[in-house]
Write a protein that binds this ligand. Structure first.
Ligand code: HEM
Length: 449
């Protein structure tokens, strides 16, 4: 990507990904960001790149989008207490320190996968289901098997895929997770919610996503809502919410552990913002005061983009001629470079340089007003334009609450005081090193147990 953007600063070029993709120059991003599905399609891209016929990718419903964009977004503040509780319980189960064992080393990615899955589940389906291990396993592994299924399917010619798919091991495991999620949801949430005879008031902390979806599917009448649609929407929400957020929070923690000098500064900011808090509760207002934390996370995700080397991945659904030319035929996969790899106007040293508080400085000097949550051509973590991530206020809050909780309780250090391990990359994806470990030691005196 770096070679391409340096060489073709204002022209498209083809990046040889598993699905070759036309990379457009960043100066035409405004021409693409809000094009309708009839011109370029995010769903067609997802369906094709991730084998949506088998994995369901690219088949999200408008109702799911409304539930995330409106209900989840509007409720982030009300959900904070539950998010914090889930993070505290998960921390207690993963990191319990005593004077005899004052340091705990954890595989960061694996541990964060658990935090994010439990917090996401707590919000969308609620307790006790969110901590049920069968649910947690299928919620995590659905996406893992989807990726594997894609790799297996790719090895067969297109015409043969529908015939071989039912026999491929990953496709079978994928279907297995799909039916487990359906059965669990049916028994715990959907049967009750969809029953016309049900007149009892439902517990609002359970089955939240189902309630939001049902309201969008039947705004007025008692029209039938299909259980399959509701399950599919849950699966796609888990798919969209778990893995990319795990990738992101892992990168942030690795950056913090590799740069201990920032831990104290962030802690001071957290202490000052929460000084008036009662019972250690956080509010969105307090979190909003933590501008250095916001900047640190924004910089960590700029340098280690959880979405990979590309952003705004689309398939053209009609011939498209960007102002940089030439005419791009219908059915072409297109994308833009993520900021870190875009060499059109910057040097490699520039984009690689980790400057934790650059966004904070820019904001306080009256320069850019952009925060972590604001999609812009300079900050493409969440995409940009009409499809910019609708779950971003929830995801950013979840990441911040995890970081605040861990920082206030522990010193973080890369295992053995080593250097930050380099990221791993595959196709367009960038992942943190899965074997990286962080040592957690207590900030308070542990006493004797
Ligand atoms: C750190 C975590 C996350 C990151 C970095 C992230 C990033 C992204 C990106 C880059 C896109 C594509 C935007 C585009 O192509 O223009 C996207 C789309 C999307 N994200 Fe996220 N996301 C995160 C978490 C979440 C969560 C927690 C949810 C839901 C609970 C979610 C739901 C979605 C959905 C539904 C879309 C598709 C939007 C559409 O098609 O219009 N994401 N996200």
């Amino acid at each position: 990507m770096e070679e391409g953007t340096a060489k073709y600063a204002d022209r498209p070029f083809v990046l040889p990904l598993l699905d070759p993709t036309v990379i457009l120059p960043s100066n035409v991003i405004d021409e693409v960001k809000s094009l309708p599905e009839t011109r370029v399609s995010i769903d067609a891209n997802n369906k094709r790149r991730f084998f949506g016929q088998y994995t369901l990718m690219g088949t999200k419903s408008p109702e799911l989008l409304s539930a995330i964009k409106q209900d989840l977004h509007r409720n982030v503040s009300n959900l904070l207490t539950e998010m914090m509780e889930e993070i505290r319980v998960t921390t207690d189960s993963l990191i319990s320190l005593t004077s005899e064992s004052p340091v705990k080393s954890l595989l960061v990615y694996e541990s964060m996968l658990r935090y994010i899955t439990l917090v996401t589940g707590r919000i969308i389906v609620g307790l006790p289901l969110s901590r049920n291990e069968a649910w947690v396993g299928s919620a995590i592994n659905y996406a893992v098997e989807s990726m594997k299924a894609g790799h297996q399917l790719r090895t067969y010619p297109v015409a043969l895929r529908p015939w071989v798919a039912p026999f491929l091991s990953a496709v079978r495991r994928l279907k297995d997770h799909q039916s487990k999620i359906m059965t669990i949801l049916h028994e715990t949430v959907l049967q009750e919610r969809l029953s016309p005879a049900n007149s009892t008031k439902v517990d609002e902390t359970q089955g939240r996503l189902a309630s939001w979806l049902i309201q969008h599917y039947r705004p007025m009448s008692n029209k039938d809502v299909s259980e399959w649609n509701l399950c599919k929407d849950h699966i796609l929400a888990l798919f969209a919410g778990i893995h990319i957020a795990t990738n992101a929070v892992t990168q942030v923690l690795l950056d913090l552990a590799a740069r201990p000098e920032y831990q104290q500064q962030l802690l001071e900011e957290i202490d000052s913002a929460t000084s008036e808090s009662e019972n250690n509760t956080l509010s969105l207002g307090m979190i909003a005061k933590m501008s250095k934390l916001d900047s640190f996370i924004q910089e960590s995700l700029r340098v280690n983009p959880p979405g990979g080397v590309v952003t705004l991945m689309r398939e053209t659904t009609a011939p498209f001629r960007p102002s940089c030319g030439p005419l791009i035929p219908k059915g072409t996969l297109i994308a833009f470079s993520n900021n870190r790899f875009d060499m059109a106007t910057r040097t490699k040293a520039d984009v690689d340089h980790f400057d934790a508080f650059r966004f904070d400085r820019e904001r306080s000097s009256g320069g850019s007003k952009h925060h972590l949550l604001t999609p812009s051509p300079d900050s493409l973590t969440w995409g940009y334009g009409i499809h910019a991530c609708p779950g971003r206020s929830f995801a950013a809050t979840e990441i911040k609450v995890i970081v605040i909780h861990l920082l206030t309780h522990f010193h973080l250090r890369l295992k053995g005081g080593k250097e930050r391990p380099p990221n791993q990359s595959f196709d367009f994806q960038i992942m943190p090193d899965m074997s990286a470990e962080i040592e957690f030691s207590s900030r308070t005196n542990l006493g004797n147990h």
